[in-house]
Ligand binder design. Sequence first.
Ligand SMILES: [Zn+2]
Length: 185
Amino acid sequence: MAPPPVQGLQARVGLDGRLLGHFPYGEAPTADLVAIAPGVQLHRDAAAALLRLQDAAAADGIDLRVLSAYRSIDLQKQIFFDVKSERNQSALERAQVSAPPGFSEHSTGYAVDLGDGRAPDTNLSASFESTPAFAWLQAHANRFHFTLSFQAGNAQGVNYEPWHWRFEGSAEALKTFEAAQRLNR
Ligand SMILES: [Zn+2]
């Protein structure tokens, strides 16, 4: 039997490669990452599309903020274990709100967490769904090849995350999320 893939986490991967609901993802090659703000990086394809999306939103009076973008597997490890111990959650509970390291869409460089600059109290909260920014994203994000990763009641069993969007506008990005798409279809 293969050992647990994440040190410090007893859970093992299922037959489809998922761990606690999350698919495995590699790290974007450094050469593919570009800065979209100081200390904030995305895959260059996603970055170009996101800038166009933000411009279009701004033209409609929407202040879309990037709350999180590319995260290395090391950073994801810190987030997963720090918050887990802080909140005294079980691994399964924690995995519903944050992916285990090696299983986060953020490490691909294609995923972003977005917030409404005029409603920062809704950041990273289900209440983001009632903001003008979310309504705008629902109406327009697809045009820029961004899609909501974790819909309410998604087949992966991951908590609803109205703030988390992934880019699927290149052959490589599409291939990266093929398994997740197939499961959630
Ligand atoms: Zn996210």
